[in-house]
Design a binder for this molecule. Structure first.
Ligand code: ZN
Ligand code: ZN
Length: 638
C-alpha cells in the first residue's frame, strides 16, 4: 500500500481494493450530495468518481455515504468500560474517531492511567486521540490519587496520538495567571488547547481566550455560546447522559457560523451509549429538530477534524482516511454500514471485527484504603441541630438544611424515619486513613448501604449507609472487587455488584454486560430505597462547588447546574471528600457552649455545603475569590 501505488490507483492504472458504487455522497467539503463511486485503496480514499475497478465492489444502490463521525471531547471512563469495549460500541454507531481526555483515570493513577488508555486504545477499532489531562486534581480541595504538573505532561508531547492539552477547567487559574496553569499552556502552545469555562463572560472570558485556549464545551445557552463564538472559541455542543445541551443550543446554528461548531458527548453512560448512541444520536436529533442535514453532518465530522488539525479525517475525498458511514434516510440517520480505514467494520449495529488479544497491563491496585481501622462514629454529646446535605431528586446541586440530630449512646446516628442517613467518604488512593463523615437527606435509604468508587473527580470510596456495620461491610465489598459499585442489605449480604477493577472506574467486560450488571445494581438499590432512583444514581459526573481561593484553584467539571441532574453519590462525595480533608472526628458534632450542635466544618467546607449556587453565582463567586490571587510569574503566552 505504498504512496506510489495509491497514486497509481487514483490514476486508474491499477485496481483499487474497494469501490462503493452508486453512493449518494454527502460531500461536506462542497456542501453537495451527488451520486457517484467512492474508490478506496488500503485505508485511504483515493478517488471519487466513475471508471474504477476494484477487488471488492459494493453497490450501495443510492444509499447515502458520509464521513465517519468524530467525537470532539469524551471521557471514555464514563462508559465504565476500557477503550476497546467503548470503541466497539461507538463504532457500531458510526463513530470512527474520538478525542478523549482520560481525566478520570488520571485522577486515580496519574500518568500511569493515561498511558494505560493510550495502550488500550491500540486494541480498539477506532482512532482514539488523547488530550493530556490538564486538571489533576480537579480542585485543590480534593484528595485525588495523583497530581500532574506541567513537567509530568511533557513526555506526552511526543506522542502522535496526543493532540494537545485537555479541557482547562482551572479557568480562574488561567484568568489570574496561576504559574502552574500557565506552565501547562505554554508547554502545549503549539498543540490544541481545549477549554472549559462554564458561564465565564466579559473581561474574564477575554482573558481566558487570550491565553490561547481554542474551544469550550460548557455552553448551556445560546447567549453564552454567541459571546464565546464571537471571541474565537470553537464551540463543542455537548449531549452527555446528564448534561444535555444539544436542543437548547441548536438555535445557535446558522449557515454562517456552523463551521465553528462541533459535537461532543463528554460523559455518556452505558445505557445512553447503547440505546441512543453517540455523535450519530446528535446528528440525528439535530436534523429532526430542523437543522439542515449538511450542517448537522459537518458538525459531527469535518468541523471537528479541522479544529483538531486532523486533516486526513472528516471528509470523503482523495487522500482522506476511508472512514465512512452508509445510511438510507437523511432525515433519520441510522448507520447501516461503517467503514473504518477502508474495512467494513460494522453493519446494522453489529461490529464485524474480531476483538484483538490484549496485552495484560499490570495497573497498580487503586484500592489503597483503610477500612478496619477507620472510625465511622460521629460523637455527639447532646441533641441539637446538625448540618445536613440535601440531595434533590433530579438535580446536581445539593442544598443545605439543618435537622435535629438523632443521638444514641453519645453518637449522632442515621434516622431513616426522617430520611437522615449517614454518609462516609474513605480516602482510597494513599491509605491515609482519612474519613469524611456527614449526613445526607433526600435519598430515602431505608436499610443497608450503597458504596462506590466512581466519584467524580477524585474517585474516593463513598458510602451511604444506615448504620456503621453496613457502611463497613459495603466498603469491604468494594475493596474485595478492586473497586466498583455495590448494594448491600442490613445483614451485610451483597445484593448486587458491578466490579470496576481498572482504577475503580472501568471494567474490561463488554459494555452490554456492564450495563446488565449496572441495571441489576439499580434494581437492588431500589429495594433499599423508598421510590425509585435514577439511572445515573451511582456514576453521574458532577462537581464544581466554589472552592476557596488558592494558588492551585481549579474550576472542576460541569459547573453548569442547569445542565445537570441526578442525585448521584458523586456530588456529596466531593463535599465529604473535603470533609475528609478538613474535619477530624473530634471536631464533629460537638455542642459548643450550648449553641447548636453542628458539624464543625472549616469555613470553606461550610461554604461548600451551603450550595446551591446558580451557575452564574457559582462562577462569579469563584472568580471573585480568585481575584486576590497574585500571579507569581506573568509571562506572555505564545
Ligand atoms: Zn468540561
Ligand atoms: Zn469533559
Amino acid at each position: 500500500m505504498s504512496l506510489v501505488d495509491r497514486i497509481a490507483v487514483a490514476r486508474g492504472d491499477i485496481p483499487a481494493s474497494l469501490v462503493l458504487r452508486n453512493a449518494r455522497l454527502v460531500n461536506v467539503l462542497s456542501g453537495e450530495i451527488d451520486t457517484t463511486d467512492i474508490v478506496v485503496y488500503g485505508d485511504t480514499i483515493v478517488a471519487v468518481g466513475e471508471g474504477y475497478s476494484a477487488e471488492t465492489e459494493i453497490d450501495l444502490g443510492g444509499r447515502y455515504v458520509c464521513p465517519g463521525f468524530i467525537d470532539a471531547h469524551v471521557h471514555i471512563e464514563s462508559s465504565l468500560c476500557t477503550p476497546p469495549e467503548f470503541s466497539r460500541v461507538v463504532l457500531a454507531h458510526g463513530v470512527t474517531t474520538v478525542v478523549t481526555d482520560p481525566h478520570e483515570i488520571a485522577n486515580v493513577l496519574g500518568l500511569e492511567g493515561i498511558r494505560f488508555m493510550l495502550e488500550r486504545a491500540k486494541h480498539g477499532p477506532i482512532n482514539m486521540y488523547v488530550m493530556a489531562s490538564s486538571c489533576v486534581p480537579a480542585t485543590h480541595m480534593e484528595t485525588s490519587g495523583a497530581r500532574l504538573e506541567a513537567e509530568d505532561l511533557e513526555p506526552l508531547l511526543r506522542s502522535d496520538w496526543v493532540l494537545g492539552l485537555a479541557e482547562m477547567m482551572n479557568y480562574p487559574g488561567v484568568i489570574y495567571g496561576d504559574e502552574g496553569v500557565l506552565d501547562k499552556l505554554e508547554m502545549y502552545r503549539t498543540k490544541v488547547l481545549d477549554g472549559h469555562a462554564p458561564s465565564v463572560a466579559g473581561k474574564q472570558l477575554q482573558a481566558y481566550i487570550a491565553s490561547g485556549i481554542g474551544s469550550d464545551h460548557e455552553c448551556t445557552t445560546v447567549e453564552e455560546a454567541h459571546e464565546k463564538l464571537r471571541l474565537g472559541l470553537t464551540i463543542f455542543i455537548r449531549e452527555g447522559t446528564t448534561t444535555r445541551n444539544l436542543k437548547p443550543l441548536l438555535p445557535l446554528v446558522t449557515p454562517m457560523n456552523h463551521t465553528r461548531l462541533c459535537f461532543c458527548t463528554d460523559d455518556r453512560q452505558p445505557d445512553s451509549l447503547l440505546n441512543e448512541g453517540s455523535i450519530d444520536f446528535m446528528v440525528r436529533t439535530a436534523i429532526s429538530e430542523g437543522i439542515d442535514p449538511m450542517l448537522a453532518i459537518r458538525m459531527g465530522t469535518i468541523n471537528t477534524a479541522n479544529y483538531f488539525r486532523l486533516y486526513r479525517h472528516g471528509a470523503i475525498a482523495p487522500g482522506r482516511v476511508a472512514d465512512m458511514v452508509v445510511f438510507s434516510d437523511l432525515h433519520n440517520l441510522q448507520p447501516e454500514m461503517v467503514f473504518r480505514a477502508g474495512v467494513l467494520s460494522a453493519q446494522n449495529g453489529e461490529v464485524l471485527r474480531e476483538k484483538p488479544a490484549q496485552r495484560k497491563i499490570d495497573l497498580r491496585d487503586s484500592m489503597n484504603v483503610r477500612i478496619d481501622e477507620s472510625d465511622f462514629r460521629i460523637p455527639a454529646d447532646a441533641a441539637g441541630h446538625i448540618h445536613v446535605i440535601e440531595a434533590y431528586g433530579d438535580q446536581v446541586v445539593t442544598g443545605h438544611v439543618m435537622m435535629d440530630a438523632k443521638v444514641e449512646n453519645g453518637e449522632a446516628v442515621s434516622d431513616t424515619e426522617r430520611d437522615l442517613v449517614k454518609m462516609v467518604v474513605l480516602e482510597r488512593h494513599r491509605a491515609s486513613g482519612k474519613v469524611g463523615k456527614g449526613f445526607i437527606t433526600g435519598f430515602g435509604l431505608k436499610r443497608g448501604a450503597l458504596a462506590g468508587t466512581v466519584a467524580h473527580d477524585h474517585h474516593n470510596l463513598v458510602i451511604i449507609g444506615v448504620d456503621d456495620a453496613s457502611i463497613r461491610n459495603a466498603a469491604k465489598a468494594v475493596r474485595t472487587m478492586g473497586g466498583g459499585l455495590v448494594a448491600i442489605d442490613e445483614h451485610g449480604q451483597v445484593m448486587a455488584r458491578l466490579p470496576l477493577p481498572v482504577a475503580g472506574l472501568m471494567s474490561e467486560e463488554p459494555l452490554a454486560d456492564v450495563k446488565r450488571q449496572y441495571d441489576a445494581l439499580i434494581a437492588a438499590a431500589q429495594v433499599v430505597f423508598v421510590g425509585s432512583i435514577s439511572q445515573e444514581f451511582f456514576v453521574s459526573p458532577q462537581s464544581s462547588h466554589p472552592p476557596k481561593r488558592n494558588k492551585n484553584q481549579t474550576g472542576g467539571r460541569n459547573s453548569s447546574a442547569q445542565a445537570e441532574h441526578a442525585h448521584g453519590l458523586c456530588l456529596p462525595t466531593q463535599i465529604t471528600a473535603r470533609l475528609a480533608r478538613h474535619v477530624s472526628t473530634e471536631d464533629v458534632c460537638r455542642t459548643p457552649k450550648g449553641r447548636e450542635l453542628s458539624f464543625h466544618l472549616t469555613r470553606q467546607s461550610a461554604a461548600v455545603i451551603q450550595v446551591p449556587y446558580s451557575t452564574r453565582r457559582l462562577t462569579q463567586d469563584r472568580l471573585n475569590k480568585a481575584k486576590g490571587l497574585r500571579p507569581s510569574r506573568c509571562r506572555p503566552v505564545h
